[in-house]
Design a protein around this ligand. Structure first.
Ligand code: PLP
Length: 428
């Protein structure tokens, strides 16, 4: 967090880092996939570990000098096992996408079939989008949300699995605000002998805290990003049972990656230690409670939400009825200009392009890390409603901007003078 040394070498990058720190402090981050890690996680990621090569796994390395990094990787593994209850965890994937890549590499041959939810309905690029390697290497089929309810239709998924006979079924999503029934999808996968990958990139923190059912022990593989709700810095992980451990480890290294990013693995270890503290469950409960509060404020103000609410950390707003002229893109821009940062998102039955869209996705993990609770979330909801109703009105923009300013000043972020009070619930 001290960029003074970067200043001496590279003032341009140092200034840009400072600008980004100020942007994060001075605006409200409501992108559902983002979070603010603790200063301890950031320190681990910015450490000497970035210098170390450690190809292989703890106590089975291809390089000398791995005693200290072995401790770090083993602790990351032990803590992940404790958090999610998996037999086996690989903490080396560089990101969530690389975790998924390793699972496909372990289980599929090129041309084999993946069945997943389409990106437009809330899936992820790495689930088989045509611009992604998955769309080029594998044969992709999609199941869909029920367009009237916006929900997963488990009977339709079952039928779809029987019809398409995939080699692997992928569940777990980027923009789905409801509880996922892993068992229902597993039953379908079993019917055709397909593998089942549950990608909990978004909800890994909710699963660890017990506020969303866990797929661990139900599906063959579970992958996650570590920088979203679990708040352990950028990276990915894969979980499976002992029978699949060897194939997963080989698919990560040497199958798809070289040396592990030991500094990021240290970030995971530290973030997982924080998540094992009782305060983390309190944090996650607050994340969900904040999302529910936001959902009610927005619905009371006349917005429609896909599925009519949320069980998780995010809400998906469908603007087509309340604001037919306003695109997701315009909403995103108008809100960013007043310090409310979120993203445009496609909605079930989307008529516009993915660059334009008719929806916005709003998540509460980052603002909750900052300390915001229901009253402040209610204010944010009111601000969003005001801007959506009058996206070009300067008076509205000014008044919202000043309410945002009050909030960010009351809840400072990574301000050196307040660091000690920012993360009061974390271990020393
Ligand atoms: C975020 C996300 C990922 C992983 O993304 P990375 O940016 O590669 O970490 C994978 N799957 C889903 C469903 C996601 O939302």
């Amino acid at each position: 967090m001290d960029s003074s040394r970067i200043h001496e070498v590279d003032p341009e990058v140092a200034t840009a880092i400072e600008r980004e720190r100020e942007r994060q402090h001075a605006s409200l981050q409501l992108i559902a996939s983002e979070n603010h890690v603790s200063p301890a996680v950031m320190a681990a990621q910015g450490s000497v570990l970035t210098n170390k090569y450690a190809e292989g796994y703890p106590r089975r390395r291809y390089y000398a000098g791995c005693e200290a990094v072995d401790v770090i990787e083993q602790r990351a593994i032990d803590r992940a096992r404790a958090l999610w209850g998996a037999d086996h965890v690989n903490v080396q994937p560089h990101s969530g996408t690389q975790a998924n890549m390793a699972v496909y590499h372990a289980t599929l041959e090129p041309g084999d079939r993946i069945l997943s939810l389409s990106l437009e309905h809330g899936g992820h690029l790495s689930h088989g989008h045509r611009v992604n390697f998955t769309g080029k290497l594998y044969d992709i089929e999609h199941y869909h949300l029920d367009e009237s309810s916006g929900r997963l239709d488990y009977d339709a998924i079952y039928e779809c699995v029987l019809q398409t006979e995939p080699d692997i079924v992928v569940s777990g999503f980027s923009a789905y605000p409801r509880i996922i029934d892993w068992e229902a999808i597993q039953t379908a996968a079993d019917e055709v002998g397909a593998y089942h990958l549950a990608d909990i990139a978004h909800i890994s923190g909710l699963v660890a805290a017990g506020v969303h059912p866990s797929p661990v022990g139900i599906t063959d593989f579970v992958t996650a990003s570590t920088h979203k709700t679990i708040r352990a810095g950028r990276g990915g992980i894969i979980m499976c049972d002992e029978t699949h451990a060897e194939m997963i480890d080989a698919a990560v290294f040497p199958g798809g990656q070289g040396g592990p990013l030991m500094h990021n693995i240290a970030g995971k270890a530290v973030g997982f230690a924080e998540a094992l503290e009782p305060a983390f469950a309190t944090y996650i409960e607050q994340v969900v409670s904040n999302a529910k509060t936001l959902a009610s404020t927005l619905m009371d103000g006349g917005l429609s939400l896909v599925t009519g609410g949320t069980d998780t950390h995010l809400v998906l707003v469908d603007l087509t009825e309340s604001h037919p002229e306003l695109t997701g893109q315009e909403a995103e821009e108008a809100l960013e200009s007043v310090g409310i940062v979120l993203n445009k998102n496609t909605i079930p039955g989307e008529q516009r392009s993915p660059f334009v869209t008719s929806g916005i996705r709003i998540g509460t993990p980052a603002v909750t890390s900052r300390g915001l609770t229901e009253p402040e979330i209610d204010t944010i909801g009111e601000c969003i409603l005001a801007v959506l109703d009058a996206p070009d009105d300067e008076h509205v923009a000014d008044s919202v901007r000043s309410r945002v300013d009050e909030l960010v000043q009351a809840y400072p972020l990574y301000d050196d003078s307040t660091e000690a009070t920012l993360w009061p619930s974390l271990p020393e």
